[in-house]
Design a protein around this ligand. Sequence first.
Ligand code: HEM
Ligand code: ISQ
Length: 154
Amino acid sequence: MGFTEKQEALVKESWKVMKQNIPEHSLRFFTLILEMAPAVKNMFPFLKDSDEIPQNNPKLKAHAFIVFKMTCDSAIQLREKGQVVLRDVPLKHLGSVHLEKGVVNSHFEVVKEALLGTIKEAVGESWSDEMGGAWGEAYDQLAATIKTQMEEEA
Ligand code: HEM
Ligand code: ISQ
């Protein structure tokens, strides 16, 4: 079964809520990632040199925003075209950046769990398993696109 209109609506609805407080959700996102995979800290230049997660770093916010936004866009693409079509960043570049940083499959799982956890906390009572499933599927398809490219670059 393809990505449904209902799934797309669930993603869009929760993205609207997320967007209202990117600074807070970005911090939560990175906190959850580092709880699950502390070594990821050394991959991000803006995390490497500090003991704690910087509370007010524009780069951190921008990075977290990119991942949220691209996952939301993927949901729209999946419903419209049945596949993920990247628009903002060339796929080749995404493949090589992640390969060079040493990103492996398990990191994609960590980022997925952290993404879902962040959204769940952000939307509160609006959360449902169906909403989680919709974000999860959009993320998985996006991640698969990047992973395939990483294999081709390797
Ligand atoms: C960089 C997206 C998964 C770690 C980037 C960039 C984008 C991006 C757009 C910026 C590329 C540029 O410099 O122009 C995504 C998306 C992901 C994903 C959409 C999942 C669907 C991951 C995972 C990890 C990771 C699983 C590892 C935990 C990094 C690192 C950088 C990066 C370390 C470079 C940061 C820097 O040097 O400033 N990613 N990424 N990414 N990503 Fe990801
Ligand atoms: C993966 N790639 C780029 C930026 C990110 C920000 C937060 C979590 C994961 C990320």
